[in-house]
Design a protein around this ligand. Structure first.
Ligand SMILES: [Zn+2]
Length: 185
């Protein structure tokens, strides 16, 4: 029987020079990984407004309506997100801004199913369903090139004739417009 090799030298602590052995931690493969979140998270805001359920192609119109190009706080815009209720949707998050009723009404023109969430201290304080107003002032551009609102400094004014599908009528030239004609002032 071959002689067993003597055990290799026991690790002698060599004072400060000896390096600590780094042992790989045992990995338990049976532990399930934390569930990955499928939902896209865009930066949470402390105080502000989140407009959700915007039809994806109206996302930038909502940003336009709110004049977010000139906003000084954080603005996050996402679109083409999956939505169970409206197919693809957009979300606009605005820090440091609360919407006026007028702004909420304007959003309804381009995003009739949108939800406006008021955020206070990272929590949803209030959820408002937008509501189409009966009269829409200074939001939509009249599609009639000879309408007075297109040649002079006159605010546009439209009456909402039908909500779904949207049909509005110009107060000045009586042109009727559908959803596809809508251009934001
Ligand atoms: Zn008009």
């Amino acid at each position: 029987m071959p002689k067993r090799k003597p055990k290799s030298k026991a690790m002698k602590p060599k004072g400060k020079k000896s390096k600590e052995k780094i042992r790989p931690k045992k990995v338990d493969l049976n532990v399930p990984k934390p569930e990955s979140k499928h939902e896209l998270k865009i930066s949470a805001i402390q105080d502000g407004t989140v407009i959700d359920h915007i039809p994806t192609d109206a996302t930038f119109k909502v940003a336009d309506i709110l004049g977010l190009v000139n906003h000084n706080d954080v603005v996050s815009i996402a679109f083409n997100l999956q939505s169970k209720s409206i197919g693809r949707k957009g979300i606009v998050k605005v820090a440091g801004k609360s919407l006026t009723q007028e702004e909420v009404n304007k959003i309804a023109i381009v995003a009739p199913d949108a939800t406006v969430n008021i955020i206070k201290n990272f929590n949803v304080r209030e959820k408002i369903k937008v509501k189409l107003p009966e009269v829409v002032n200074n939001v939509v551009k009249c599609s009639n090139p000879v309408c007075i609102t297109n040649s002079e400094q006159v605010s546009t004014k439209f009456y909402v004739l039908k909500k779904d599908p949207l049909k509005i009528k110009c107060h000045y030239c009586e042109r009727s417009m559908g959803k596809e004609d809508i251009e934001i002032v």
